[in-house]
Design a protein around this ligand. Structure first.
Ligand SMILES: *Cc1c(COP(=O)(O)O)cnc(C)c1O
Length: 501
């Protein structure tokens, strides 16, 4: 049992105590006169909780323990790179605290220098010519990327309305392509879990604007035919787009630019040490090579004696406000500085080593099957527990829930869609060998229990603050707060939409 269950803990407004205080404020320092008109004054007090400091501390510490984070335990969520984020980054995220994005460039030279250096470093590790850090997430980078491809083809006076997407792609790929007005064409994977070249050859026509691909792919496999894929896409002057969410598996070893990619997005909250959701939605980068660089979102920082903000010649416009999520960019800045080029070049090696070590530890676990077992993995691995499900009734969903009871976060499940009962595991380079052993042991024990007593697995989790959720209710819009809106992508966006604010 690794932590208590907190089922019956009260909300803070439900505490019984009255008149308790955390600390006393000297009266004379808080004499403020506020002239509130009689008619708007409320009749009753606001019924705020009145608690002692100890009660407040316990309440919030308990709340923090009801959640799971990478600071609590391993998060093997495949395709999402949930690595440890060094705490020094929290300090660096404050460097821009006393500046405002509308300030004159002359007065924020330090901030601009930091953005400039990040742009250069990210261009270097991806093999691109230029980067824009304006995008607040990976998916925003994708939208920027496909809008860039669209504008490029329009500049060439071509009608290209199809965007190719691998069938193992993250849902944001087809969503971004559709938002930019493209028809999405899925390219099937072969039995090895790689892009099927023959299928691709048939799909590449003069209607195709580009191909969105991630390498290593969602199966953790390196697309070994990438040079041929690039050649094929370039033969029709299509744009090869790199979904950088899986860069962790190759960082410091090989660069997307050298593989033939034209545009790249990076998820700084995955690969470059920004906590997921840290002080904002995250942080991204979109980088481009050669003829595509002039389409990047602005502003970009250049160095011309001093640092200046510029708008690339054929920029698609802005994707978010100002310069991107500056605080998060500075978290990444500290991360890169802390590791240095030597440390950065170890990321791909260590994350791949961790994955393959875990695979070796999971060999022979009953009911678990590895797809393409003869191939080395990069940063992540997909198992199918279809056999386990058939033989015991314990599904991937149940295995995920059982892991929560054992102190681990759940892996990604039922993804990629081409693998039945998929468990997608990404250990990352920051977990120790002891933690990997414990994780492998937990999966082994879950499998053994499933064959002996499946009900104990299918009724988990029991040690977490909430048990199984009502999946329908959790997903139904009526259970959301009224302020929540679903924004529908408009597939018929006008010519050269500048998503400018
Ligand atoms: C996470 C992810 C994305 C989307 O990135 P966000 O930064 O969450 O918007 C796109 N593709 C892949 C493969 C991902 O794992």
């Amino acid at each position: 049992m690794w932590r208590q269950a907190y089922w019956n803990e009260p909300l803070i407004t439900e505490y019984k105590g009255r008149g308790r205080q955390g600390f006393l404020i000297p009266k004379e320092e808080i004499e403020i006169e506020i002239n509130v008109p009689e008619k708007v004054k409320r009749e009753d007090g606001p019924n705020l909780p009145e608690l002692s400091e100890l009660e407040v501390v316990r309440h919030f510490i308990r709340l923090s323990q009801m959640s799971f984070g990478v600071d609590t335990g391993m998060m093997p969520l495949g395709s999402c790179t949930m690595k440890y984020n060094p705490k020094i980054e929290e300090e660096s995220s404050k460097v821009g605290e006393n500046t405002h994005p509308l300030q004159d460039e002359e007065t924020v030279q330090g901030n601009l220098e930091a953005i400039y250096e990040m742009q250069r470093w990210l261009a270097e590790v991806t093999g691109m010519d230029e980067c824009s850090l304006q995008v607040p997430a990976g998916s925003a980078g994708e939208l920027a990327g496909v809008l860039m491809a669209r504008k490029y083809h329009r500049d060439m006076s071509r009608k290209r309305n199809e965007m190719l997407v691998a069938d193992t792609a993250h849902g944001t790929n087809p969503a971004s392509a559709a938002m930019a007005g493209f028809t999405v064409i899925y390219v099937k994977s072969n039995s090895e879990g790689l892009v099927d070249l023959d299928v691709l050859k048939e799909t590449v026509t003069e209607r195709v604007a580009g191909f969105m691909l991630t390498n290593p792919n969602t199966m953790g496999l390196f697309e070994e035919n990438i040079k041929e894929i690039a050649k094929l896409i370039h033969s029709i002057d299509g744009i090869l787009y790199y979904d950088g969410a899986n860069l962790n598996g190759i960082l410091g070893i090989v660069r997307p630019g050298d593989m033939g990619f034209d545009i790249v997005h990076l998820n700084l909250h995955k690969t470059f040490g920004v906590p997921h959701g840290g002080g904002g939605p995250g942080a991204g980068a979109v980088c481009a090579k050669g003829k595509m660089a002039k389409y990047l979102p602005y502003p970009i920082v250049t160095k011309n004696g001093k640092y200046e903000l510029i708008k690339p010649e054929r920029s698609i416009g802005k994707i978010s406000v100002f310069h991107g999520n500056f605080g998060n960019l500075m978290r990444s800045y500290a991360y890169v500085l802390g590791l240095g080029s030597e440390g950065i070049s170890m990321i791909g090696r260590m994350s791949s080593l961790a994955t393959n070590y875990l695979i070796s530890k999971l060999k022979g676990v009953r009911g678990f099957e590895l797809i393409a077992p003869h191939r080395f993995r990069k940063h992540e691995v997909v198992f199918s527990v279809k056999k386990l499900a058939n033989e015991t009734g314990v599904t991937a969903f149940d295995v995920a829930k059982a892991l929560l009871d054992r102190g681990f976060y759940a892996p990604t499940i039922y993804f990629p869609p081409n693998v039945e009962e998929a468990l997608m595991i990404e250990p990352t380079e920051t977990e120790t060998v002891e933690t990997l052993d414990q994780f492998a042991q937990a999966l082994k024990e879950i499998s053994e229990t499933a064959y002996k007593n499946p009900a104990t697995i299918t009724s988990s989790p029991i040690n977490t603050s909430v048990g199984r959720l009502d999946q329908v209710k959790a997903n139904h819009p009526s259970s959301l707060t009224p302020t929540y809106r679903v924004y529908r992508a408009k597939a018929d966006m006008k010519e050269d939409i500048n998503i400018e604010r």
